[in-house]
Write a protein that binds this ligand. Structure first.
Ligand code: SF4
Length: 240
């Protein structure tokens, strides 16, 4: 007697609760073929993606990245265009008049804390690192005002060192929309991405996702009709 066929349909796993989502190591969309297809599409759309903070050296990039917290790169670039003419070295920032510096960086927001970070990081670079921006994650994280996001920007863009993946607001949003991570905490998102993106792509991938977030996959109204990832994307935020 042939066994009775059970009507087992292949169904996707039920969605996890918000509580469970934080514990998910891998999102559903992390199949290596799908990830490779996303990377290929990003390469196609943004072959020359790079950091949009204007800088001439690693130190300037560090300062610009500190200033870019909760602020647009365009605004930071406007401020630094004059700032870097006045303060030309870590020494100059370390010995700045804090009240003056506060006024100068005020347009970037959170200017009091940013002044403390900029001056503190400059002093630490002088006192602990011989005037040079350190090149390891461990060391750069000891600078005041520098967390993993800033560290990844500087190590990746200024030195070409892939120590991690920059997770800013755009990368955070896109990692979720593209189902590459179901976490919300940037540190966990970074860990998820580091597991599925080949290390040699980490630096470029960060820039590409940031560019895509700025140009196409905006927070409020993503331009899905113009998006070359549309066929790979099943986000609930899709507009097509
Ligand atoms: S299809 Fe829409 S939601 Fe998905 S990545 Fe593209 S722009 Fe973003």
């Amino acid at each position: 007697m042939t066994p009775k066929k059970t009507n087992k349909r292949k169904t996707s796993k039920p969605a996890k609760s918000t509580k469970d989502r934080g514990k998910t190591a891998h999102a559903a969309g992390t199949n290596p073929k799908r990830v490779a297809a996303i990377l290929a599409k990003l390469d196609e759309a943004y072959p020359n993606a790079t950091c949009e903070l204007k800088h001439e050296n690693a130190f300037q990039l560090l300062i610009s990245t500190i200033l870019s917290a909760q602020c647009t790169d365009v605004r930071v670039n406007q401020v630094t265009a004059t700032l870097y003419k006045k303060y030309t070295s870590p020494e100059a920032f370390a010995h700045a008049n804090p009240r003056e510096l506060e006024l100068e960086i005020r347009p970037t927001g959170f200017f009091r804390n940013k002044t403390k970070s900029v001056m503190g990081a400059s002093k630490a670079i002088l006192e602990k690192f011989g005037g040079q921006v350190p090149r390891t994650m461990e060391e750069i994280l000891t600078l005041p005002g520098v967390a993993r996001k800033t560290a990844n920007v500087v190590l990746g863009t200024a030195f070409g060192i892939a120590s991690g993946i920059v997770v800013d607001t755009h990368v955070q949003r896109l990692a979720n929309r593209l189902d590459l991570s179901r976490n919300e905490d940037p540190k966990k998102i970074e860990q998820d991405l580091m597991q599925i993106i080949p290390r040699e792509k980490w630096i470029q991938f960060s820039h590409q996702l940031i560019w895509h977030g700025r140009r196409v996959c905006a927070a409020r109204k993503p331009k899905c009709a113009e998006c070359n990832l549309e066929k790979l994307c099943y986000s609930k935020d899709k507009t097509v």
